[in-house]
Ligand binder design. Sequence first.
Ligand code: HEM
Ligand code: MYR
Length: 368
Amino acid sequence: MTGPEAAELFYRQDLFARSGAAPGRVQKTLFGQGGVQGLDGEAHRHRKQMFMSLMTPERIEALKELTAEWWRTYAQKWTTMDRVILYDEVQELLTRAVCAWVGVPLPEAEAGRRAAELTALFDYAGSVGPKHWWSRLSRRRCESWIEGIVEQIRAGDLSPPEGSAARVIATWRDQDGALLSPRIAAVELLNILRPTVAVAVFIVFAAHALHGFPACRPKLQTGDEYPELFVQEIRRLYPFFPAVMARTRHNFEWNGYRFPRGRRVMLDLYGTNRDARAWDAPEEFRPDRFRSWDGSPFNFIPQGGGDHHMNHRCPGEWMTIELMKLSCRFLAASIEYDLPDQDLRIDITRLPAIPKSRFVMSNLRYAI
Ligand code: HEM
Ligand code: MYR
């Protein structure tokens, strides 16, 4: 299904459920089993509250400060390198920032390996063959790593700060008053670590757009308003999370279509964001269109639609926007770089789609 009207239908909980909706291969890589994505009704709302409680302005501000610090450290390192592959570097940078933010210790010697494993969960989730198996293996490794952390917290051997995601999740009680099993707590903590590293995809898209639309660069260097417009247009137009899935709860009819009970239904996020019923010149990159966007929860849904608390809409949406704004400003205002010859075309044969070259920069200049 595609378009705003279909999106509104898809988020009706009397008609659609999430339990058993995600294919097994996606659960064994991207999502994990037993996490919030597959819950319905009251169990979902209670678990969702755990995520939403981590998204206060103060907590998001703390993540921004940590991330800005790592941008500065990495930029200094990049000035000494011949070629910087932005996609790979930003995965590692975000891994360091988000581990510190959630309260998971990341020894220096492990940072590269953990970044690669967290990346494999989303970067190869849509692959088949050896990459798919590497994604599954990474899921097992990530879950045992984080399960160990949860157990250390519960045993009192590790004490992450009050309000940090590791502490909130390790001590969260489900509706029946029981702690989450260590495995499910790990799946949920990974539901924060993995997608935060995945913001690297959007940051590479932002670098790509800065190159393709150079008139945007000076506007990102000054003022507070433009970065938000620019970031929203990137989230609207670049291809990332293609579709979400649910299952019908009953037989019903809608707009002349018959929906049999138990049928798997996909909502096209990518197409809805470019639907001509909601957007003028939908294929054009025009950040200014967001000055007059109506704020509908169903026409602009790169991270799902509906309500953040009541539906499955992404709880990390504000975090994503803030991390992107910060990163766009840094790319536009704090560093200068050249682009060596490379293939910048977006490779739409992979999931997520990224520029074929992974965005290579050279001769990077950074004045502290
Ligand atoms: C759910 C996209 C970043 C945590 C979702 C959904 C999408 C999505 C499409 C499903 C919506 C639905 O089923 O209706 C993205 C994209 C991101 C991103 C493209 C960019 C990298 C984040 C971040 C977090 C996060 C930074 C960190 C907290 C989650 C969780 C869910 C979710 C926990 C499940 C929510 C639920 O089932 O109620 N995301 N997300 N995501 N996202 Fe994100
Ligand atoms: C997340 O990690 O939850 C957010 C970003 C991940 C995007 C991954 C895109 C590939 C999805 C493959 C499964 C598609 C299901 C229709």
